[in-house]
Design a protein around this ligand. Structure first.
Ligand code: IPE
Ligand code: IPE
Ligand code: MG
Length: 245
């Protein structure tokens, strides 16, 4: 098999990850699910560092979905506490590393201390020009399309010359490129209401590893796999060249 090289041309501009498998990772060890979420934070740190070093423009991480509100209150509270402490602990290094932090999702029902930390993190990193780290909290793809549609119609943008283009300006990911590579860990083969519009043409990579066990080597293999894809976008490609491969 030819060695697939990861070059600037074959590097995804936008990687999105459904970080799944924390609970099963903990349960397999006889631990509480919250311990799995804490272990998952280590993998998150590793992934952020890895993709920033690779030079991707944007990394979007699914940390809490609209549907995750349906989990036991104890788990939801443990997650919120973890988010607050993680933002506090990680922010200085992220800012130092040039990362721009952005949160997407419906944050209105979050505890006020979490909302404050999110706002502070966005403000503290807004002037940076490195990788955009998007954390999806209270996020659902349907919520995103609905909130965009409401404002798009209210602004009269539906009447513009480029309605699809203007619609994208109302999505929570406005200004970011479409998702090129969507990775889901934990063995499930589904989107779970993640970036429904933005991942319309993403390459989908499903891996069995539980999120806390993910390694940089595995992420690197993911990039190599992406580099080997021929992206056709509905067109017919010539036999030679075309796409990445
Ligand atoms: C993903 O891991 C993290 C969140 C949804 C917050 P899970 O908690 O879904 O882990 P599993 O899928 O139950 O193993
Ligand atoms: C998706 O994982 C949400 C996050 C990773 C934050 P879930 O574990 O909530 O998804 P389902 O329930 O298996 O579809
Ligand atoms: Mg899960």
């Amino acid at each position: 098999m030819p060695v697939i090289r990861i070059t600037p041309q074959t590097l995804p501009a936008h990687v999105a990850i459904i970080m799944d498998g924390n609970g099963r990772w903990a349960e397999a060890r006889g631990q509480q699910r919250a311990a799995g979420h804490r272990a998952g934070l280590e993998a998150t740190r590793l992934a952020v560092r890895f993709f920033a070093e690779q030079g991707v423009d944007a990394l979007t991480l699914f940390a809490f979905s609209s549907e995750n509100w349906g989990r036991p209150q104890e788990e939801v509270e443990a997650l919120f506490e973890l988010f607050v402490s993680a933002i506090e602990a990680e922010l200085p290094e992220l800012v130092e590393g040039g990362i721009v932090l952005r949160f997407i999702g419906d944050r209105a029902s979050f505890p006020s201390d979490l909302q404050s930390r999110m706002r502070e993190a966005e403000q503290a990193s807004a002037a940076n020009d490195g990788m955009c780290l998007v954390v999806a909290l209270g996020y659902g793809g349907r919520w995103d399309v609905m909130q965009a549609a409401r404002r798009w119609v209210a602004d009269g943008a539906a009447e513009s010359e480029d309605p699809e283009g203007t619609f994208e300006d109302y999505l929570s990911t406005a200004g970011l490129p479409d998702v090129d590579l969507l990775i889901r860990t934990g063995g499930e083969h589904r989107i779970s209401n993640f970036l429904l519009w933005q991942a319309a043409y993403a390459e989908l990579l499903f891996i069995d590893t539980f999120w806390p066990d993910v390694t940089a080597e595995e992420l690197k293999q993911g990039l190599a796999w992406y580099a080997s894809r021929q992206r056709r976008f509905g067109r017919v490609m010539p036999r030679e060249g075309g796409g990445h491969a």
